[in-house]
Design a protein around this ligand. Structure first.
Ligand code: HEM
Length: 316
């Protein structure tokens, strides 16, 4: 390990896929001093990360924090990212993308479950009663990056220089530059009904083959696959990617199986458009058939500012 440094890059949205992740969503309480406690915790997040990541340099620790729309002004006192607003419910004729509360998201990643656990423990110690937990989901890597429906999940993610250009706000919004919008949704799966479909039916829903993960052709008309509905082009015909780091979660003993969806994007409208195409359908009425087997329990939007922005929060 000689020569290896603590891999500290706070707010590293493009951190590698890891074996384990914790998705922690909290809201601020109205106890006196809550906002100040949150500010100083966020400003000191890099020190907190160092405490934990030094203990195993190979564990690929990363934590990204996202700030919700409702708390943005009181927490930062700084200009709002141009597109930041609370998650907008999307109501289709059969399925609804619900909107649920959340002031802060901590996306904690590591190769080691104990490292995620330890960071979250120290983080919660610092936050104390300034927050209450809305949802805490522990995700795990499932074989060759599969979701619990059995498909490889994350293939079409951008790579290399396409990552920052898809994920980080740039010159179009200077005060938000270097940050990223994040949308999370916690889905549960009706696995028993999913398993009743043939592999071929499942593949048509997803848009890729199950075993070897090969892309299927887009349907010319009629029902579109999940893959096709989530391919977004702007008016000039440019395709816009997002970065997903979905994780399975669940407990066979209690029969709970799910996917925690997390999407990072430079343009919030791109994920909103995906949700509209999934839930309302394209054409309207032909929703994403994945939703007949997957129900979102949460839906929340955040903005992950740059690391230097976070550090500046404690300057007053
Ligand atoms: C139950 C939750 C979900 C599951 C299990 C799931 C699973 C998958 C799988 C297996 C693929 C194909 C492989 C890949 O490229 O990753 C895929 C593609 C994709 N999904 Fe999802 N997904 C879920 C929810 C969502 C949501 C909510 C969004 C966006 C709002 C989304 C956006 C995408 C995108 C952008 C692609 C790539 C499309 C392309 O090929 O260009 N997914 N998803």
């Amino acid at each position: 390990m000689t020569g290896q440094r603590v891999p500290i890059e706070p707010q590293r949205v493009d951190a590698p896929l890891t074996q384990s992740a914790t998705f922690l969503v909290v809201t601020a309480t109205n106890k006196s001093g809550s906002i100040q406690t949150i500010k100083s915790t966020l400003a000191g997040l890099d020190s907190l990360a160092k405490n934990v990541s030094i203990r195993d340099l190979n564990a690929q620790f990363a934590c990204t924090v996202g700030i919700g729309s409702d708390i943005w002004d009181s927490l930062t006192g700084l200009p709002r990212p141009a597109e930041l607003h609370p998650f907008r419910e999307v109501k289709g004729s059969k399925h609804t993308a619900v909107s649920t509360p959340g002031d802060l998201l901590f996306h904690i990643r590591s190769e080691r479950r104990d490292i995620c656990f330890e960071f979250e423990r120290q983080l919660m110690d610092q936050l104390g009663d300034s927050v209450s937990v809305v949802d805490e989901t522990v995700g795990f890597r499932y074989f060759d990056v599969r979701d619990l429906l059995g498909f490889v999940d994350g293939t079409a993610n951008p790579v290399g220089p396409a990552v920052p250009s898809s994920v980080l706000v740039a010159e179009e919004d200077t005060s938000a530059q270097g940050g990223s919008y994040i949308v999370v949704q916690k889905y549960t799966h009706a696995l028993e009904s999913w398993k009743k479909l043939s592999a071929e039916q499942q593949e048509k829903i997803i848009g890729r083959t199950k075993l070897d993960n090969v892309e299927l052709d887009d349907a010319e008309s009629g029902q579109r696959s999940h893959k096709t509905l989530n391919t977004i082009e702007d008016e000039q015909g440019n395709e816009h990617d997002i970065l997903r780091d979905n994780m399975p979660f669940g407990s066979p003993g209690s029969g709970d199986f799910g996917t925690y969806f997390i999407g990072y994007t430079r343009r919030l409208w791109v994920i909103e458009k995906m949700l509209e195409r999934m839930f309302v359908g394209d054409p309207p009425g032909l929703h994403d058939r994945l939703l007949d087997f997957s129900t979102p329990l949460t839906g929340t939007t955040f903005f992950a500012p740059s690391a230097s922005f976070l550090t500046s929060l404690d300057s007053d």
